[in-house]
Design a protein around this ligand. Structure first.
Ligand SMILES: [Zn+2]
Ligand SMILES: [Zn+2]
Length: 160
């Protein structure tokens, strides 16, 4: 899988920029730019949620019923985007993965391993500490991801 260089860290990217990166990515992988593939990118871009391939497919089916976008196309496009770091995935236990666009502003995640609920957070102290630790160890940090796993409030209440 060939890669194109895109730096999404800590910045929000304009859709036109994202789209032209996507077209370039498809090209180097000898894949055709199709309206179905564009709609996948666009739907991810416009969503504030972390989406499973199935929920992404569902959204597309609802919004663009005439396009007949297959779930296989969604899977394939998502893995292409993930391999080139344009989207990131979060695993939430045995149920699967949720995807979001890498172009979003940096944040960390709290993930419920029971229902898959994902909460985003940013803590300045944690961010700063990570930079300090890396620099103390002479490590040139380019990015980080932090996932906290456990049970959300709802799932804890349901356990009682
Ligand atoms: Zn939960
Ligand atoms: Zn997120």
């Amino acid at each position: 899988m060939k890669n194109i260089t895109t730096n999404f860290n800590d910045k929000t990217v304009e859709y036109t920029q994202l789209l032209s990166d996507f077209k370039a990515l498809l090209k180097v992988n000898s894949l055709k730019f199709t309206i179905q593939r564009e709609v996948i990118l666009e739907t991810l871009y416009n969503s504030d949620e972390h989406l499973t391939p199935e929920s992404l497919h569902h959204l597309i089916q609802n919004n663009f019923p005439d396009l007949k976008t297959g779930i296989a196309t969604v899977y394939r496009t998502l893995s292409l985007l993930e391999e080139s770091n344009m989207v990131t995935s979060l695993s939430f236990g045995a149920q699967g993965k949720k995807y979001e666009l890498g172009a979003k502003e940096h944040h960390d995640h709290m993930i419920c391993t029971n229902c898959g609920d994902i909460t985003e957070f940013v803590d300045e102290e944690i961010e700063n500490r990570q930079h300090a630790i890396a620099s103390d160890l002479g490590f040139k940090m380019s990015d980080h991801s932090m996932q906290i796993y456990g049970l959300c409030k709802n799932c804890q209440d349901n356990e009682k």
